[in-house]
Ligand binder design. Structure first.
Ligand code: C5P
Length: 227
């Protein structure tokens, strides 16, 4: 069998990362969560006073990009790689609702995308990779052998995300989570640089009514057809 590139794109909280991780494990591929990279840059901006309630200090952030180093380190306990910001494990911190509320603004900055896309292309240069994000099949790896596009209703996605945050004992309301999901959908699909769009040759999977296991089986089948 040959090594391929698997690009999984879609809206937030569609369960992309859960199935992508399982798939990578099953195929002995590398898994890359590109959302975590945009989240880590956002965390950096928050910590350095480059974001306030209404705006981002874009020029300053762009100037500081060379100081931002993002990496992944396999975590045995988690069973997957945790994201690091300048050698600090920020895997938990990047998942807060606060980071979610700013990340789409940071991800709309072309200079940020350029830096992260380049790094993503390097990470996937030897194939055997499952990468999930918003622009993997369109921009990062337009030649990926398998492209999937995941969707589900905003309410279903907010419900899942809310349960996840609750489990981590974060103080959030369902309404705020739903609002965030809808805001990010809007920002991610309407931004000028690399908007979230289904690649022409991507296979769309609406998982509103699929269990995680059903999704995984479906995606594994599709992968094995190509490999
Ligand atoms: O996948 P996740 O929900 O963690 O992504 C967080 C945010 O990062 C998205 O809402 C989007 O704004 C941005 N993102 C992106 N391009 C990617 C991955 C994520 O713009 N490839």
């Amino acid at each position: 069998s040959k090594k391929i590139t698997i690009a999984i794109d879609g809206f937030s909280s569609t369960g992309k990362s859960t199935v992508a991780k399982q798939l990578a494990k099953e195929l002995h591929y590398v898994y890359v969560d590109t959302g975590a990279m945009y989240r880590a840059v956002t965390l950096y901006a928050m910590r350095h006073g480059l974001i306030n309630k209404t705006s981002v200090k874009k020029v300053e952030l762009i100037n500081q990009l060379p100081n931002i180093s993002i990496s992944f380190v396999f975590d045995k306990a988690l069973g997957f790689a945790a994201v690091y910001l300048n050698d600090e494990n920020v895997e938990d911190e990047v998942r807060t609702l606060e980071v979610s509320q700013f990340v789409s603004k940071i991800a709309a900055i072309s200079e940020v995308r350029e830096k992260l896309v380049l790094q993503q292309q390097k990470m996937g240069s030897e194939k055997g990779v499952v990468m999930d994000g918003r622009d993997i099949g369109t921009v990062v790896f337009p030649d990926a052998e398998l492209k999937l596009f995941m969707t589900a209703s905003a309410e279903e996605r907010a419900k899942r995300r809310y349960m996840e945050l609750k489990q981590k004992e974060q103080e959030v309301s369902y309404d705020d989570v739903l609002k965030n999901v809808q805001e990010r959908d809007h920002l991610d699909t309407t931004r000028e640089d690399s908007p979230l769009v289904k690649a022409e040759d991507a296979i769309e999977i609406d998982n509103s009514s699929l269990t995680i296991d059903e999704q995984f089986q479906k995606i594994l089948e599709l992968s094995l057809e190509v490999i």
